[in-house]
Ligand binder design. Structure first.
Ligand SMILES: NC(=O)c1ccc[n+]([C@@H]2O[C@H](COP(=O)([O-])OP(=O)(O)OC[C@H]3O[C@@H](n4cnc5c(N)ncnc54)[C@H](OP(=O)(O)O)[C@@H]3O)[C@@H](O)[C@H]2O)c1
Length: 276
């Protein structure tokens, strides 16, 4: 039986290459997408490169907690087993924007969405153990969680919101690893590298010139995600931060379990407010 992997953000950039790579390795793919046309295009590309691949598309807008809930209810009916969850999708907002739930977009898509998706799929992952959860973070996880204004309502900063969301990915990974100890599910976070993708579509034009000079390709960007999802070398490793397929160092604040706990509780409150 093929292993089943669920990948968010597979319609572009690093997620697309992750999906192509895992299909080539024989994994069956579940791809939640918000844009059906882009979803169909990536499915066709996967089938062209891996004609035997099993790929199923689902509608899921990560900027809507209800959409994530509806998607997981359906996917759990269709798939009793999911062995790999890759929380890859992400946004970088230059200007302030709100999710469908009225929550600051970066916090909603980059943190609350993987937080909810993972928690809703935990039982399925436990039933499929050994299983792995891979969270795509970034070396830009600097600073701290802005608890006094987590949505940057008073003064919006696109880079500030992005950095906070990537720190949230690592804090979530570390606390989740503790919570799932002994379940035979591992979870790790990673830095994919500086990769030429659509993520930077909104950054100021005067900064965009550095991308083709310094950035690596999306295929290179997918390497550490694929490694963490499949390699025997990291079978038992959990709660760590990886770069270039090796353990890397993350910031002092990203190791603060009290901060991770506080963020977890706040995230639950956000979700309860929207879904109850
Ligand atoms: N590129 C880098 O240098 C870099 C560095 C460090 C970390 N990262 C991280 O790598 C991850 C992937 O980013 P990327 O660079 O590959 O960016 P990208 O090319 O912009 O791809 C982002 C993906 O996320 C999806 N997405 C965004 N909002 C969504 C929503 N509301 N619902 C469903 N899907 C949504 C996009 O779907 P659509 O196609 O529908 O827009 C797309 O598939 C992100 O977590 C990012 O923070 C990237």
């Amino acid at each position: 039986m093929a292993k089943v992997a669920l990948i968010t953000g597979s319609t572009a950039g690093i997620g697309k290459e992750t999906a192509l790579g895992l299909a080539k390795m024989g994994m069956e793919l579940i791809l939640p997408v918000r844009n059906a046309q882009k979803g169909e295009a990536i499915k066709q590309e996967i089938l062209k490169q891996s004609p035997q691949a099993q790929v199923r598309l689902y509608d899921c807008n990560l900027a809507s907690l209800k959409s994530i809930q509806t998607f997981t209810e359906q996917v759990k009916k269709d798939y009793p087993q999911i062995h790999v969850l890759i929380n890859n999708a992400g946004v970088w907002q230059q200007n302030q924007a709100l999710s469908d739930d009225g929550i600051e977009m970066t916090f909603a898509v980059n943190h609350l969405a993987p937080f909810l998706l993972t928690n809703l799929l935990l039982d399925t992952l436990k039933n499929s153990a050994p299983a792995r959860i891979v969270n795509v973070a970034s070396d830009l996880h600097q600073g701290d969680i802005n608890f006094s204004d987590i949505e940057f309502k008073k003064s919006f900063s696109g880079i500030g919101a992005y950095k906070q969301s990537k720190l949230a990915n690592i804090l979530f990974t570390r606390l989740l690893a503790k919570k799932i100890e002994g379940t035979n599910i591992t979870t790790n976070a990673l830095m994919p590298g500086f990769i030429a993708t659509e993520l930077f579509r909104n950054i100021p034009a005067f900064l965009r010139w550095i991308i083709p000079i310094f950035a690596k390709t999306p295929k290179q960007g997918a390497e550490t995600s694929i490694y963490l999802a499949t390699s025997e070398e990291v079978k038992f490793v959990s709660g760590e931060y990886f770069k270039n397929k090796k353990r890397g160092s993350s910031s002092y604040n990203s190791k603060n379990i009290q901060t991770a706990q506080r963020l977890w509780e706040i995230s639950e409150q956000y979700i309860q407010k929207v879904l109850s």
